[in-house]
Design a protein around this ligand. Sequence first.
Ligand code: PLP
Length: 345
Amino acid sequence: MTKLPTPTLKLDIDKDALAHNWRALDRMSGEARAGAAVKADCYGLGVEHCVPTLRDAGCRDFFVAHWSEVAPVIEHVPAKQVAVLHGPLNAAEVAYARETGVVPVIDSLRQAKLWAEGGGGPCHLMVDSGINRLGISPHEISDPLVQALDVQALMSHLACADEDSAMNARQLETFRDAIQRIEHREASLANSAGIALGSAYHFDLTRPGLSLYGGMPRPELESEIRQVAYPRAAIIQTRQLSAGETVGYNATFTAPTQMRVGVLSLGYADGILRAWGGASFEAGEKALPILGKVSMDMIVIDLSDAPDLAEGDWVELPYHLPNAAQQTSVSQYELLTVLGNRYQR
Ligand SMILES: *Cc1c(COP(=O)(O)O)cnc(C)c1O
């Protein structure tokens, strides 16, 4: 078989940092154990690269959003350790859950009914405590369909855990009240930011996602969490500009003097959105400003301060998530999940 050409862009995943982050979040979860949100292909970083590392670090509770996300995850961990947050929408999904042993999160009376009609079994139950996305309303807990469920984890989800909002305490109260009203084996409320809100929010199981992958949604996490994802691109061409020449679509950059530039083979199709305009790539200590508009597959950088860089050399986009989010006004979550699949991971 012909060997595939090596890509000129890569997303280096620091697996030690990923394992460190899970352990840090597990420790910060106190008496509770930390699970892992691995939806959206581990927030864009790749299930096959992240799930084995999380498993080997000690994680045994994995959350995906869609049924279509189950198969790659259960290649690495037992199906009964995987839960589907969106729950079953039809009999086929119920049957799939029962065949595989993956645990559905029941989010509505309709889903409770579907699950029971399909034969039922252990499930998680999501109670909405104020975010108004998925989950039964607190007043529905007494419904016989709900009371008949075999609830493994009673769950709810915080809307504002990344802020010092009065809503956090209100949701905690609502969840505590729900806990009294239905049998369950474990309770789970906190996402990454919720872990940093303190022990009252931990219960039995926490569900970090973002912070596993290097996100720091609250300042308390900044000393604990390490960067995991490092986008790097090779210079595929260098060129000399004369003063007055322009770069890229709409000619938004004009060379003030003669200068040397480099062309990188990545762009907004790889999640490096136009919001990065004005930022810089780096090579060692050298900053290499982005010139003109980001294209779909290309970015042009200024090589004035790095005369030694040549075609084939690699440069890095600083991807410390809180800083990158501030720089681009794109959220830390979006910065991870937009990265796309052309990178060699
Ligand atoms: C995505 C998600 C999480 C993880 O949230 P982060 O903010 O990424 O830590 C936890 N629970 C539910 C229900 C989710 O949808």
